[in-house]
Each structure stands twice: as C-alpha cells, then as structure tokens.
Design a protein around this ligand. Sequence first.
Ligand code: GAP
Length: 444
Amino acid sequence: MSKPADTMEKLVSLCKRRGFIFPSSEIYGGLKSCWDYGPLGVELKRNVKEAWWSRMVRRRRDVVGLDASILMHPKVWETSGHVSGFNDPLIDCKKCKARFRADTLDQQVCPEKPSKRPGECGGELTEPRQFNLMFKTNMGPVESSESVVYLRPETAQGIFVNFKNVVDTSRVRPPFGIAQQGKSFRNEIVTENFIFRSREFEQMEMEFFVPPAEAPEWYRYWRDARYKWFTDLGVTPAKLRLREHDKDELAHYSAACADVEYEFPFGWKELEGIANRTDFDLQRHAEATGRDLMFFDDQTKERYFPYVVEPALGVDRAVLTFLVDGYDEEKLEDGDVRTVLHLHPALAPIKCGIFPLVKKEGLPEIAEKLEDELKRHFSVFFDQSGAIGRRYRRQDEIGTPYGVTIDFDTKTDQTVTIRERDSMSQTRIGIDKVLDFLRDKLDF
Ligand code: GAP
C-alpha cells in the first residue's frame, strides 16, 4: 500500500469525479459544510449502515431497532441539558470577521491568510462566548418563542423517550439495547476535512440498558466489540486505536468513555464514542415528565433505573474512514500507477463488473443473462466498452472487488474468468458457480 501525502485532495477529487460525494447545492456555489452522496456514494453509505445494523441489531437477540422523528418536543432538549449546555466557545476576529472555536484555535487558520493563525491577519480576537450548536426552527404557521423546535443534535434522545414504549411492547429486559440510525444536525462553528465534520450528518447509536452493577462489564464489552467492527471490515489495525478518556474529560453524567480513533491524513481523530452514561437520561426524563421510567424485574421484584452503555458513531465519519483507509496508488511492474480502493466486499458500492470481451458473437447476450441473475442479489455493473484492462481499472478505482469476463471459451465450456481486485489474480470457474462464489466473498 502506498498512500500519497496528498491523499485527502486525491480522495475528494475521486469522490467528485466518480460520483461518490458532491458539495451540496453546488450549482449555487455550494452550501458549505453539507454534502450530497452520488450514485456510488449512496450505495457505499447504505452498505456501511447495513454492516452496522446487521452486526448491532439483526444478528442479536438482545437489541431491537427504532426510527424516531427528527423533530421532538422542545422540552426533551431542556431535560437532556442540550439547551443550556450543548455549546462550543466562539471567538470572532474583529478585522476579517472570521469565527473560530476557542478550544481548537491552534488547529485553525485565518481564512484571509491561510498561512497564518487566527488573529495573525492583524485583527483583534474577541473574548470567547458560548454558542449553542442546536439548529432552531418553528413548528406550525406562527413563528414565536412557543413554536420553537430543534433539529435533533443526536439520535440518542429519541431512544430514551421511547424506552417505556419499547419495554411495554417488545418483551425485552435488561441487558438489552435499542438501536437507531438517522440524521442529526449541529450548527458547528468550524466544519472541516470533507465529510469528517459537517452541519448535517448521520449517526448510528445504540443505547444498551443494563442492571447498574453490570455497567462496567458491558462498557468493556461494547468498547471492544466496536473496535472489532472496524477491523472486521478491513480497517488497518495500526491506524486504529481505542483511547480511554481521562477523568477530567468525562461529561458530568458519564462514568467512563472511550473513543475509537483513526489516524487520518489530518491526524488522529475520533470516529466513535463508547460511553457509560449511567442512569442520567432516564432519571432526568422521569423527573421532567412524571412518568415511571424504571424497570420492574418481575423475577427479583426489584425496580431500578437501568444504566446505559452507548456506542455512538457518525455514518459519514465511518464512510470517510473506509475511503481513506482503502485508497491506494500502486506502482505496477510496467511502471504504470493503479488507483485502487481496497474496500471490504461487503461495503463496495458495486460487487462485480461484468465484461463481455467483445461486443459481438453472442458474448454480450451471455453476459446480460449473468447480469440479470446477479443483480437480483447485489449491485453489478455491465461494461462492454474499451480494452479489458481499462475496464478493470475503472472498477478498481471505485472499489469493485470482482470482475467477470465472458470470452470465446465461455461459449464452448461455460466457464468465465473471475478477476480479483486486490491481487489482480484471475481464475476460471463455471458460469453457474459465479453467484455462489460472490455470495461467499461478500459475507460479513
Ligand atoms: N449521543 C452521543 C453523541 O452524540 P458525540 O460524540 O457527540 O456523541 C457521536 O457524537 C458521533 O457522531 C461522533 O463520534 C462522530 O462520529 C459523529 N459526529 C458528531 N458530530 C459530527 C459532525 N459535526 N459531523 C459528522 N459527524 C459527527
């Protein structure tokens, strides 16, 4: 693997050129900090979400799913502490009017003079003031303080307010989890590094409710399981680490927290947080609503607020990790350079290229029949134009793990060539074996 120093620039350009990710509203000059997923990006993102849902929900007996609304009662956010405390410290430059986060000032640059630090344009910096990150809007036709609602800044609260609904309807008992995927919104002071930090993004969160005494053990379990999810999906272990938070870093309601961090070209950054959130949220919502949010254990006759262990991951950050980790420029023996995305087959937007060697003599018809069979199971791409080597390269660049070539021998012996993206090795198998071969490789 050889990653160029300018991997991020190359990746952003590849994402644009091949239809993974575009700047939002680009023809209007772009809406900074929001991104649109194109035809390949949407497949990749769906696959990332599917790999999470399958591991976190469908393959387990102790986790159920939920899809709560984005707009919630505004009191939810008062109770959770977001209205009073979901702030970042903001600093303005009086000269160039740029805004900076006071806590990461040393990592930011002056937009007037990008070679300089904030304030080095000659402007005076204001004292930091607290800036609330929640987006506000109004519900209904009248805009007044009574109609204010917020775009959720995390999906977690939708789970806490539905705790009782799920317990009463789903025959679950601690330890059990409720998982959710969906959009979140934060009016970040600084957005950065492509899709790493944006103002509209998606989260995948799971609140795992446990008897309080079991919380430390489950915390360790989920911290390690979440790290493993990334390595199972092919992320380079040397670039991935778990970082336990120091006591003074912990939120006031949190008993322990660890981040899964990845070494991006712009440094080690948080991908996912795993926290022991204690019983803070359920207690607060119970106090605020007067509802009984305790769990009654009919076997031990105990009533208690379960503790919560929460793994919380950003979908877009996960997508960026798989893209950065997979991006490679390989020098080949003939001196040529091959751009390749080493995506895990389960994540690859297209699973298989289908290539009739020539556009005649019945080869396209055989290839179309195979395409019809395979596309009932996963996404494939039919390509009959250009030299076969160029067709392989076009698929390497977007991470397609396999290519099937239909040639003249196919007509006589019903075999095809399967070419593997990473090793570029080629093997011959029966055309009737292709589906099973690919299914086996795509398993995660
Ligand atoms: N419920 C807990 C919670 O929301 P968080 O650490 O604030 O915790 C969880 O967010 C994850 O969501 C982060 O680890 C990150 O992957 C993702 N995330 C947070 N803010 C983001 C942003 N502005 N853009 C993209 N992803 C973000």
